[in-house]
Design a protein around this ligand. Structure first.
Ligand SMILES: NC(=O)C1=CN([C@@H]2O[C@H](COP(=O)(O)OP(=O)(O)OC[C@H]3O[C@@H](n4cnc5c(N)ncnc54)[C@H](O)[C@@H]3O)[C@@H](O)[C@H]2O)[C@@H](O)CC1
Ligand SMILES: Nc1ncnc2c1ncn2[C@@H]1O[C@H](COP(=O)(O)OP(=O)(O)O)[C@@H](O)[C@H]1O
Ligand SMILES: [K+]
Length: 476
């Protein structure tokens, strides 16, 4: 069993692949052995999470997720705890593995109760796993609510009940403090509502390491390879970044992106403001070179375009789309969403293979897809992939568990970052960081995954007593 941390890359498999892996794993073992291993792993983690708990409430649902719960209960009983099992569902309709586990728990003298205890130190949530197909209602839903309210710690088996393991979307879900994912890690644990529902994620492969032949649906991003900066290098070795944005009233957005590019190691950073009355000089960051827009030649540059771009950015986009490398953010994306000709130009850029990264938040993604924010958030992996394929670009769909998709289908989910980033300007900082990496010649997907990871990590490591602002983040 391993604790899932952002210190390495992890493979993530969807429900369909997990089912196939489960079938192969079960077929290679004696009957019921896989579920017994699952229950033992759950019981071990329960003991580690709440070593001093006497009563452990185990809420078991109608399927095999419930079976894992019965197995866990019988181990806890054998180890001197007092597991109290609440069972939902008709025994006669249970899958065979789960029915076997229920009978074993009864035979071991585990106590069953119709109601949840008023209070408990630890609850094991074995109500629904990857078979959760519809919004929970009635007794099932009541137990989910009680679990979150009455237990000091909640350990969810495989998936917090109610969460869609593929998408991380949900109507209602248990809010766990720990989740033990079995056989595979599932994408929904790490994006959309998943991160709030899961708490700390753990992984156990149940002794089945043979998952070859099942392509992961995504990778959780791990630490980037450190950037070499040889002694025999000069500013030209790290490339030029230009930032175009800062329409009237939004100059700060362009400055944030430019400062972030500078602090992320770009050789030289230029700023072209869309507001003609913007200052010609950033006194607190004199390293930035502010230039009239029409004097900047983007063809040898990595351009971050759109930060605070307003409506004015549309006029620059035909020229911007010829940049050597390009990050399109915010209003640049909105302008493209509203203009079929710009869309065609972006698609052509993708066909030429010019490095391009789009960094939409969910509403910007919805505009580009002609859909709704709810639809994008309902399946973030699919939305990011659709955009990547359509525009031949790397796409960073921002928000909790940012999804990064490349046009060739490679997909990542970022495990770093937190809601302290939910403030104006942090997206501009990200765009500048990606542009700095593109300027140095990094491949677009590598640049995007590395920047997203480091941007989130900076927020995770931010001192508790220090306010996180976008400008502080830009120079972190
Ligand atoms: N078969 C095995 O050997 C193993 C199974 N495993 C466990 O099995 C789980 C998957 O088991 P299942 O496929 O049985 O699926 P679940 O146990 O997640 O639930 C499926 C059952 O719940 C019902 N259900 C779904 N949504 C509902 C709702 N909203 N309200 C009421 N009932 C609802 C379904 O009709 C079905 O009866 C995994 O998540 C994992 O915990 C693991 O133990 C690995 C081994
Ligand atoms: N709750 C959250 N958890 C993790 N990251 C978040 C969260 N909210 C926002 N972020 C990150 O903060 C940044 C915000 O970007 P964006 O919405 O474009 O803001 P702005 O345009 O004001 O800069 C993105 O990188 C996003 O992924
Ligand atoms: K569960």
């Amino acid at each position: 069993m391993q604790r899932v941390t952002p210190e390495r890359y992890w493979s993530v498999h969807d429900i369909a692949a997990t089912r196939r892996i489960e079938q192969r794993a079960a077929a290679a073992l004696p009957p019921h052995a896989l579920m017994r291993r699952a229950g033992l792993a759950v019981a071990r983690l329960a003991l580690a999470v709440a070593p001093h708990a006497r009563t452990v409430w185990v809420a078991c649902g109608p399927g095999n997720n419930g079976g894992d719960g019965f197995e866990a209960a019988l181990h806890l009983k054998a180890w001197g705890k007092e597991p109290l099992v609440t069972q939902v569902g008709d025994e006669a309709r249970m899958p065979l593995d789960a029915r076997d586990a229920l009978q074993r728990a009864r035979a071991a003298g585990v106590q069953f109760a119709g109601e949840a205890p008023a209070q408990c130190e630890l609850a094991i949530d074995a109500l629904l796993g990857i078979g959760s197909t519809r919004p929970p209602e009635g007794r099932l839903r009541d137990l989910m609510v009680q679990m979150t309210a009455r237990a000091r710690a909640v350990l969810s088996v495989d998936v917090p009940s109610g969460l869609d393991a593929d998408t991380g979307s949900r109507a209602a879900t248990v809010l766990a403090t720990h989740t033990l994912s079995l056989l595979t890690l599932k994408p929904g644990l790490f994006t959309a509502q998943g991160r709030d529902a899961c708490g700390q994620v753990w992984f156990d492969d149940l002794g089945h390491e043979d998952i070859e032949g099942e392509r992961p649906v995504a990778q959780l991003v791990g630490p980037p390879v450190p950037w070499p900066r040889p002694h025999a290098s000069h500013k030209g070795s790290y490339g030029d970044v230009a930032v175009v944005g800062g329409a009237p009233g939004m100059a700060g957005a362009a400055v944030l992106a430019a400062r972030a590019a500078l602090h992320h190691g770009a050789g030289r950073v230029f700023v072209g403001f869309l507001d003609p009355s913007a200052p010609a000089f950033d006194a607190s960051q004199p390293d930035l070179m502010v230039r009239p827009l029409d004097t900047l030649d983007f063809r040898d540059m990595a351009l971050a375009c759109g930060c605070g771009g307003g409506d004015a950015v549309a006029a620059v986009l035909p020229r911007a789309l010829r940049a050597r490398a390009l990050v399109l953010d915010a209003d640049a994306l909105n302008a493209i969403a509203a203009d079929a000709q710009l869309q065609a130009q972006l698609e052509a850029r993708g066909r030429r293979g010019s490095p391009t990264v789009l960094t939409p938040h969910p509403l910007e993604a919805a505009r580009l897809l002609g859909s709704t924010t709810a639809c994008v958030q309902g399946d973030r992996l699919v939305a990011a992939r659709d955009l990547a394929q359509r525009f031949g670009s790397v796409v960073v769909l921002k928000g909790s568990g940012s999804v990064i998709a490349a046009p060739d289908g490679r997909t990542w989910i970022n495990p770093t970052g937190n809601a302290r980033l939910a403030i104006a300007g942090t997206g501009d900082v990200l765009a500048g960081m990606i542009a700095a990496r593109l300027a140095a010649g990094e491949e677009a997907a590598t640049a995007a995954t590395a920047a997203v990871y480091l941007h989130g990590l900076a927020a995770d490591r931010w001192p508790a007593g220090r306010p996180l602002t976008a400008s502080a983040l830009a120079s972190a």
